[in-house]
Write a protein that binds this ligand. Structure first.
Ligand code: PHB
Length: 394
């Protein structure tokens, strides 16, 4: 056999060596030793805006709350997985085995979180899912705690709103993977239960989607509204096609989960986004003192950037880590940290949140919002809310 190991094979072997080493890790952190948090995010590639938002929010949390918690210096190690699941998993193994991180965090897309769940289980390291939003994710490891949201949770209110507001026939367009399928299922169930009709549904590819032909087909069917789920980063392309192909002028409304009117892209969308109705857990326009301070500090630290919902998933994920470390006196094992996170409640920039102790997932307020021009810029302006929405609610 050739003694040169093929690069793929070498990676697999390293992965196995890493897996064996995971079992030999010390479980308990020493009081006073640095608290190492491995933050794995897409910092490059089509989902780089998510990496930018989440890493900026985590740094802001450290800036506002101090770089020491329970006597331990916080060491945030940020790694780029470019949105590739095998890379996320490999980086997680390296962070655990070589850097000996105490917490893994980030996970900018569902496939990245799913690929890494076995690493967290084996290493007994808490895995804070700040972004990925398919409902089943926390069932994949007892070490997962989610600080973001789920698609079933945020989809129901806009379905009910549509049915109550003269929208009878809806076309649905979702991205063809976990969160899109969750959104489609939740929307169809709630809208039909409220007496609505689904005219047709289409699923668009996650990689390099060209929304033009899909949006044209929607126009030809002349529904009352188009319901959209696309992951953060793709909303602007959808909005461009919707506008260019004249759906708005034809009287077709756009509705969706708030991913499509992502605060990160909303200013670039401009006036064509006005009137889009979404339901979601976070708007940068949320009217509370905590959020005003957050938006202000985030903008100051990031050249005026508006924080989006993923940033809040990151910020609250850091809060969970800090509070769990405090609760365990700086000495908690991975399992003790996860236990400390269960049932935790606090006021986030998005509003009140609680970690469901059984599901290890967020219970939170979901808001209905309309894009309006305020001060010459488009914002997701909240106009109704539903408290304590469970992660599995559709
Ligand atoms: C996901 O992959 O779970 C995901 C990513 C971005 C979103 C929502 C869900 O905006």
């Amino acid at each position: 056999m050739n003694e040169r190991i093929h690069p793929t094979r070498r990676r697999v072997l390293q992965g196995l060596a890493g897996a064996a080493a995971l079992n030999a890790l010390p479980l308990r952190a020493q009081a006073g030793e640095p608290l190492k948090i491995g933050l794995i995010l897409p910092m490059t590639g089509p989902f780089a805006s998510t990496g930018k938002q989440v890493s900026a929010a985590c740094r802001l949390y450290v800036q506002r709350n101090g770089d020491t918690v329970a006597g331990r210096k916080v060491d945030l190690i940020v790694k780029d997985d470019a949105g590739v699941p095998d890379t996320t998993k490999r980086i997680a193994q390296e962070l655990v085995v070589q850097d000996k991180v105490h917490v893994l965090a980030g996970f900018g897309l569902t496939p990245l979180a799913l690929a890494t769940a076995p690493v967290a289980t084996e290493a007994k390291v808490p895995m804070i899912v700040m972004v990925a939003a398919t409902a089943i994710i926390p069932t994949r490891s007892p070490f997962i705690v989610r600080s973001g949201f789920t698609l079933p949770q945020v989809t129901g209110p806009v379905a009910d709103w549509a049915a109550k507001n003269k929208i009878r026939r809806v076309y649905t367009m979702v991205t063809d993977y976990g969160p899109g399928l969750d959104a489609e299922k939740a929307f169809h169930a709630r809208f039909k239960a409220a007496g609505g009709e689904i005219v047709e549904s289409v699923r668009t590819p996650l990689a390099n989607p060209d929304f033009g032909p899909f949006v044209q087909k929607v126009k030809d069917k002349a529904p009352d509204a188009l319901f959209v789920f696309v992951p953060s980063g793709q909303g602007l392309a959808v909005m461009k096609q919707f506008e260019e192909r004249g759906l708005r002028q034809a009287g077709i409304r756009m509705i969706g989960t708030g991913d499509v009117t992502d605060d990160d892209l909303l200013e670039s969308m401009g006036p064509p986004a006005v009137g889009v109705i979404t339901s979601f857990h976070y708007s940068a326009a949320h009217d509370s003192p905590e959020n005003k301070a957050y938006v202000d500090a985030f903008g100051k630290a990031n050249g005026g950037l508006r924080p989006n919902f993923h940033s809040v998933g990151g910020y609250d994920g850091m809060h969970l880590i800090y509070e769990a470390v405090k609760k365990t006196g700086g000495k908690g094992s991975g399992e003790e940290l996860v236990n400390a996170m269960k049932g935790m409640s606090w006021t986030s920039p998005r509003g009140p949140v609680t970690i469901d102790p059984t599901a290890r997932d967020v219970v939170q307020t979901v808001y209905l919002r309309e894009v309006k021009m305020v001060g010459g810029k488009p914002w997701n302006v909240e106009f109704d809310k539903f408290d304590n929405v469970k992660p599995q609610e559709g």
